[in-house]
Design a protein around this ligand. Structure first.
Ligand code: GTP
Ligand code: MG
Length: 235
């Protein structure tokens, strides 16, 4: 996959960093190729270190929590820069570094590979160890890949995967790069959720600033407050 840097025309508040994690061979690169080109590439090359792809998603203002009269079918374009990490053990440090600053984590295991499912808690731990406050918490989605391999010899139970996702408080989606099932949804719905969270956080911060602006703290004594400034000397 050709590396592509984030489109410079997209302002910072319209950019989303997504990271694909999971064991080697689960189909992270195939998922990205399907999203990028809409085609199935059975011969995707093994990822060395990390690769990048930027995909654009349209997010309805309402879905993103924009509300406030901005709805009516209006949408904004967001650039999702996906970091396609290598699942190989020797590149785990690179994959772990990629987690920092991510808004979205697509944590992949393959339907026909129980070992990759057993590794999910370890990947989750790696993510959570790198998130130092709730404010930075990314949207995490557990992605079952290769869902087209229903009749394989060693299937991972879909119910068990759902239960794990529920227990961990993360979303779950079964996808297939081969058939294309749910591939766009993985990128779009995780981006929507990330944008909604970002807007909620911005609104909360703005509200707190507005409330703070109306209060004057006097003296050095902590917690000693005076009435809102606008009431002083005005009438
Ligand atoms: N049947 C089926 N095979 C898939 C699917 N996605 C990927 N594969 C196959 O799985 C193999 C590994 O796919 P990759 O996309 O290279 O896996 P990866 O997770 O990127 O692997 P690393 O880069 O080594 O971490 C390839 O042979 C793909 O053809 C899928 O949806 N269905
Ligand atoms: Mg890869």
């Amino acid at each position: 996959m050709a590396a592509s840097a984030p489109a410079p025309a997209v302002p910072a508040d319209r950019r989303i960093k997504a990271v694909l994690l999971g064991n080697a061979g689960v189909g992270k690169t195939a998922l990205l190729i399907r999203r990028d080109s809409g085609r199935w590439d059975a011969d995707a090359t093994v990822t060395i270190g990390v690769d990048f792809m930027t995909t654009h998603v349209q997010i309805a203002r309402e879905a993103a929590g924009g509300g406030g009269g901005g709805g009516g079918g209006a949408s904004d374009e967001f650039a999702v820069t996906a970091w396609d990490t290598s699942g190989q053990e020797r590149f785990h440090t690179v994959a772990h570094t990629a987690i920092r600053g991510a808004h979205v984590v697509l944590l992949c295991y393959a339907h026909d590979d129980p070992e990759s499912f057993e590794a999910v808690p370890t990947w989750l731990k790696a993510v959570r160890e790198r998130v130092h406050s709730q404010d930075q918490a990314p949207v995490i989605m557990l992605i079952c890949t290769k869902a087209d391999l229903e009749a394989c010899d060693t299937p991972v139970s879909r119910d068990e995967a759902r239960r794990l996702a529920e227990k961990e408080g993360i979303r779950f989606l079964a996808t297939s790069a081969r058939s294309g099932a749910n591939v766009d949804q993985a990128f779009v719905s995780s981006a929507e959720e990330a944008v909604r969270i970002r807007r909620d956080r911005t609104r909360t911060a703005t509200r707190e600033m507005d409330q703070g602006a109306g209060v004057v703290v006097v003296g050095d004594a902590a917690g000693e407050k005076r009435a809102p400034a606008r009431k002083r000397g005005m009438c």
